[in-house]
Write a protein that binds this ligand. Structure first.
Ligand code: GDD
Ligand code: GTP
Length: 412
């Protein structure tokens, strides 16, 4: 059997996702109209012998209960949320729930970071993993040298694919092959995490005896020094490399990390393009008298109302109960639940938060640089942009009313 674990993190992190993470856990933020975590769950569903999907994080249970109940009712995927009382790190979280994860006696455990967007080629990875017979398989990708240091960099044997060397976000260049945050392990992983935990525990006892060091430990290393805080990358992959335990599986398909709201617009685009191949029925066609004009890939929730004279796309996702008025023009944007966009308003490279409204001829846009802090415009929940007001490259915190035009500002 196979069990999947999705690492969700928790509310003390994800600061870069503000203000969109104020009322919603980041893993539930919609990409191409589906919660971020829904995409890896759909990929897990395709595995023939899947016994269970566990979501592990330190968010409160109730944040996911509605989502999980619709999952089990509609998709029939057995999903359970397991809550950590505090952050244990990506491997520490797994270890804490070892008994539950091993309940179905799985031969393979799939481990996924919730904040990556990719095609999740799990079936092919599983086959490669079973063929080499090692403890683990990592999905890897070649990226440009300039960005590699934002990720775990690694060196693999070109013939066997064995992981030879691993460095997490190194300061000096190691390799342009990076860790995609998608893994398959055999249950042996638990023994390795246990060994790391025990040696960390021994070191922390020694440390506690040294009062001098206790005074100089910075608060940022508070977590990492705790024996039950274990990171999959630094603490497990780095020491296990070069021991014929870990192997790589390279992907040439799309892959991105989702750390900022800007990246979520880009990832929406990638998932919409994937629907074209996997679930074209989810895309708006623009056919029919009452349909708006649709360009490229567009998702419209069935409860949203879009006027037939509106023009949408490419890369537009419209969530539940949104109302888009006559002549509105939407390009590269995410429109969240209950938004109202009045006639002839324009939205480009922007995210419009829940229950926000745009007046007639209003314009909300970003420059489209998804890596820049102010490369898109984000309206938090319940923002009102009045008629004819222009908002360019701004982050607007929830419940503001804008009646004068603004540019390159964060409105608190
Ligand atoms: N349950 C739980 N508990 N999850 C956690 C914890 C924890 O204490 N800490 C992190 N996570 C989750 C995050 O939500 C995320 O899904 C995943 O674990 C990895 O998060 P980080 O440890 O913050 O690492 P990162 O995202 O900066 O980088 C990792 O992923 C990259 C690929 O996206 C590294 O493994 C990189 O090497 C890798 O390139
Ligand atoms: P993500 O986007 O979720 O990675 O977090 P962030 O970078 O927006 O959050 P922040 O800037 O607060 O934290 C930067 C890094 O510090 C994170 O990537 C984590 O590695 C680490 N970190 C922050 N808060 C916590 C925490 O509560 N627990 C743990 N384990 N790590 C944390």
């Amino acid at each position: 059997k196979t069990v999947a674990v999705i690492l969700m993190g928790g509310p003390t992190k994800g600061t870069r996702f503000r203000p969109l993470s104020f009322n919603l856990a980041k893993p539930l933020f919609p990409l191409a109209g589906q919660p971020m975590v829904h995409h890896p769950i759909l990929a897990c569903k395709k595995i023939p012998d899947l016994a269970q999907v566990y979501l592990i994080g330190f968010y409160e249970e109730r944040e996911f209960s509605l989502y999980i109940s619709t999952l089990s009712n509609e998709l029939k995927v057995p999903v359970r949320y397991l809550r950590e009382d505090k952050p244990h790190g990506s491997a520490g979280g797994l270890y804490k729930f070892q008994d539950l994860i091993m309940e179905d006696d799985p031969a393979d455990i799939i481990v996924l970071n919730c904040d990556v967007c990719c095609s999740f080629p799990l079936t092919d990875m599983l086959e490669a993993h079973r063929n080499h017979g090692g403890m683990g398989t990592l999905l890897v990708k070649k990226v440009s040298k300039e960005v590699a240091s934002e990720f775990g960099e690694l060196v693999a044997d070109p013939k066997t694919g064995e992981l030879l060397h691993y460095a997490e976000k190194p300061e000096t260049f190691v390799s342009d092959f990076i860790n995609c945050g998608v893994y398959i392990f055999t249950p042996e992983i638990f023994r390795v995490i246990k060994d790391v935990t025990s040696s960390k525990h021994e070191r922390s006892v020694v440390r506690r005896l040294s009062s001098f060091e206790a005074l100089t430990i910075s608060s940022s290393s508070k977590y990492t020094l705790q024996a039950d805080f274990v990171r999959l990358d630094q603490d497990i992959l780095t020491p296990s490399a070069g021991k014929k335990k870990l192997y790589t599986f390279e992907t040439n398909e799309f892959w991105e990390q989702i750390k900022t709201p800007g990246m979520s617009i880009r990832c929406s685009l990638l998932y919409l393009a994937q629907y074209r191949v996997t679930m074209p029925e989810l895309l708006a066609t623009g056919d029919g008298k009452k349909s708006p004009t649709v360009i490229g890939d567009v998702f419209i929730h069935r409860s949203a109302k879009v006027h037939p004279t509106a023009k949408l796309g490419p890369n537009v996702s419209i969530s539940a109960n949104a109302r888009i008025g006559p002549g509105a023009r939407l390009i590269h944007c995410i429109i969240l639940d209950d938004v109202e966009i009045k006639e002839n308003a324009v939205v480009m490279h922007s995210i419009v938060g829940w229950k926000s409204s745009l007046g007639r001829w209003a314009r909300v846009q970003g420059g489209g640089d998804y890596n820049a802090k102010l490369g898109i415009t984000i309206l938090g929940e319940g923002v009102d942009v009045e008629d004819e007001t222009v908002v360019v490259n701004c982050i607007i915190l929830p419940h503001k009313t804008l009646n004068i035009s603004v540019q390159d500002e964060i409105i608190l």
